[in-house]
Design a protein around this ligand. Structure first.
Ligand code: FAD
Ligand code: MG
Length: 337
């Protein structure tokens, strides 16, 4: 646990050391199964921080697949039986999740729940499931079998056993909502980091923020390079955040809905830079599932979205919009174009 905490806080430590302003008002709390860190640089009022954390907690109670009484769990329990009325917030995340599922052609799928609950990666009971169980889970995954109605905010999973898992998109949505709360409370300069899902609100005293991109191949707190940005979200999906080892093989948490096993491609991580953290979160996972070549082409085509792809071979590929604002700081990595 300590290692995870250190790793997640690394971005922030790096930020603070590169910061010319006086010390921010910072606080760390534990929600959504991870370390949530907020640092406010202007208008430092504790109420704003408290309100933002309250928002994170409230949204976890709607969106978590790890708690029993959330709206997402109600939708899951009602699978194959009846539609579920949900809040506007839950509806929005499910709708966006379905859009990205369609955009990916199904390599990203928010009905991945039967599979993630078999593997339980991230928990102490993580295990390689039986082939038969994997087949069964794979057969239940299909985002096209989710019916939503925007008129009265209902969600229906058409077959029993189907399960939503919004783990690839909800952290980003929650980060956006926490940022809105800060802005509503008069804050214009802040960093929100929900387990590596970062929102860099406003600027760092009129200058760009320096956000470190973690070395996905090292357990040590190292970075590969630095992105300079203002008023952006930076979100990474990778093989280092959640994994376990069994029989000498490492199994990470981004699962292929077609095979039931973790994606095994040339990528170690994908970092997306963009406006909305929900979009960055979804896109980082989508791009990871697509692999280097198709993932790069996909992000390059999207307006306002940039990416840093890091391969297991220590090569770094960036989209054209980052050429002036991303710099490699780690000599072990090589930039390729
Ligand atoms: P991302 O790349 O953004 O997402 C990967 C995650 O998406 C996987 O962990 C899995 O959940 C899901 N996924 C895997 N493959 C696919 C795919 N092909 N398509 C779509 N989705 C996929 N963790 C805990 O340990 N305990 C908790 O109590 C807990 N509560 C949470 C509550 C909420 C509201 C949220 C949003 C997350 C929570 N988590 C919890 C963490 C969650 O289980 C995921 O591990 C986490 O969101 C992964 O985020 P990421 O940015 O590391 O990876
Ligand atoms: Mg994601």
């Amino acid at each position: 646990m300590k290692k995870i905490v250190l790793a997640l806080l690394y971005v922030i430590i790096f930020l603070i050391s590169g910061c010319a302003q006086e010390a921010p008002l910072s606080e760390t709390r534990f929600f959504i199964g991870t370390v949530c860190f907020i640092s406010v640089y202007d208008n430092k009022n504790q109420t704003a921080l408290d309100e933002a954390f309250k928002k994170i907690e409230a949204l976890e109670r709607l969106l978590s697949a790890n708690m029993t009484e959330t709206e997402v769990e109600l939708v899951n329990r009602n699978a194959g039986i009846l539609e579920t009325h949900v809040s506007a917030e839950t509806f929005e995340v499910v709708k966006k999740g379905l859009e990205y599922s369609a955009m990916s052609g199904g390599t990203f799928d928010i009905t991945i729940g039967p599979l993630t609950s078999l593997w339980r990666i991230g928990s102490s009971s993580a295990t390689v499931p039986d082939a038969e169980d994997l087949d069964k889970a794979v057969g239940l995954i299909d985002f096209a079998d989710v019916e939503i109605d925007g008129g009265d905010y209902t969600v229906f999973l058409i077959s029993q056993g189907m399960r939503l898992d919004l783990g690839a998109i909800a952290k980003g949505y929650i980060a956006d909502e926490a940022a809105k709360v800060l802005v509503e409370n008069g804050i214009g300069s802040a960093i929100i980091n929900l387990g590596g899902n970062v929102v860099a609100l406003g600027s760092n005293g009129g200058k760009a923020w320096s956000i470190g991109v973690r070395n996905p191949l090292s357990d040590a707190d190292e970075i590969v390079g630095v992105i300079q940005c203002a008023d952006k979200s930076i979100v990474t999906s990778g093989i280092y955040e959640r994994y376990f080892e069994e029989g000498g093989t490492r199994y990470h948490h981004i699962l292929n809905p077609a095979t039931g096993y973790p994606f095994d491609n040339e990528l170690a991580s994908v970092t997306i830079v963009g406006e909305s953290s929900a979009d960055c979160d979804a896109l980082s996972t989508v791009a990871f599932t697509k692999g280097l070549s198709d993932g790069l082409a996909l992000v390059e085509e999207l307006d306002g979205m940039e990416a840093v792809f890091i391969t297991k071979d220590m090569e770094v590929y960036i989209t054209s919009g980052l050429e002036k604002t991303f710099n490699i700081t780690n000599g072990e990595f090589t930039i390729r174009r």
